[in-house]
Design a protein around this ligand. Structure first.
Ligand SMILES: [Zn+2]
Length: 327
């Protein structure tokens, strides 16, 4: 019995990549992890259905650590995380296990007088708690299970997009008010202004230089997906905060051109679909999940038209159908 774990001991494994133990505050003599890391381990431990199959990876090279866990043919597609200014982590199914990957700077010393470590720890824990929700869903096999079943390219992309937006929404909806610093509440018009600028660049500059229609379609949907995820976070924040998902935004949002032309036409339906999906804390039947995914994929198809693009499986084309947002 001497080597038995104590009953309360976390069973999540911590693994370091491209970073020294000393750099993230591991005690050189005892090997003990600092409190900031232990707090994250406890959060994952609490959310995991089987903590013994979870690895918490702290890495000095985030992109490399993610790439090395992707299938070889997808590695080149992964570049850096988008996070709307938030510290980013990533949760991935690896074999029979789940790996939660976070950058080592979350725990490193900062050469800045008066740096607020307590504030950073709060933000890091909020991010890790979000990732821990992905662990729950992956281990419940509610996430990462989508497989292509003969859909055309466009439909498949809308479904994959819907799957990932639902997963993000459920993870965010699983982060309680107590772990949500108000610092990061997005405004929908800001999300859409960024999207408008990104799509404009892709359509008027990037595509004109490479003329690869498939890449054009992929780039447009990738940017739209980033925006839809952020908008889904807004729905989640409202649901968690007890505000009606489709309640009106402030007058400045409602008055913005981007909101009127890009967001408002689809918001009510978008919010209703997501608000109808339970948070990561609640188990959901596969059929219910696929019903929501299909509805959202239909909506994204229509929403893309509102943004000025049509991706069609019928004639296998991707076209700009309106330049009004990008002139
Ligand atoms: Zn996420």
């Amino acid at each position: 019995m001497t080597d038995a774990a104590t009953p309360d001991a976390p069973t999540v494994t911590v693994k370091l990549e491209y970073v020294s133990a000393v750099a993230i505050g591991v005690n050189e003599e005892s090997g003990a992890l600092p409190a900031s890391i232990m707090a994250c381990v406890a959060l994952i431990d609490g959310a995991a259905l089987d903590p013994s199959k979870v690895v918490f990876v702290i890495t000095g090279d985030f992109v490399e650590s993610v790439r090395s866990r992707l299938p070889a043919d997808l590695r080149h597609l992964y570049h850096a995380t988008r996070g709307g200014g938030i510290v980013g982590g990533k949760t991935m199914g690896v074999g029979h296990g789940v790996h939660v990957i976070v950058p080592s700077f979350c725990f490193e010393d900062v050469a800045e007088p008066g740096f607020d470590y307590a504030e950073r720890d709060k933000l890091v824990q909020r991010m890790v708690l979000h990732e821990a929700q992905h662990v729950t869903m992956l281990q419940a096999r509610e996430d990462g299970a989508l497989t292509r079943a003969g859909e055309g390219e466009a439909r498949w992309n809308f479904l994959a997009c819907a799957d990932s937006v639902i997963s993000e929404y459920r993870a965010e909806a699983g982060v309680p008010v107590s772990h949500r610093p108000e610092l990061f509440s997005w405004s929908p018009d800001e999300v859409l202004m960024q999207l408008r600028s990104d799509l404009g660049r892709i359509a008027t500059v990037e595509y004109q230089s490479h003329l690869d229609v498939r890449k054009f379609a992929y780039d447009v949907v990738t940017e739209a997906q980033t925006a839809w995820k952020l908008l889904g976070n807004i729905v989640a924040a409202r649901v968690v905060g007890g505000i009606a998902a489709d309640a009106a935004f402030g007058a400045d949002v409602e008055a913005s051109v981007e909101w009127k032309l890009m967001g408002a036409p689809h918001w009510r339906q978008f919010a209703a679909i997501l608000a109808g999906v339970p948070s990561s804390e609640v188990r959901i039947a596969a059929d219910d999940l696929s019903a929501a995914r299909n509805l959202l994929a239909d909506l994204f198809d229509e929403w893309l038209v509102t943004l000025g693009f049509k991706w069609s499986d019928a004639d296998q084309t991707f076209r700009v159908i309106s330049w009004r947002l990008y002139e």
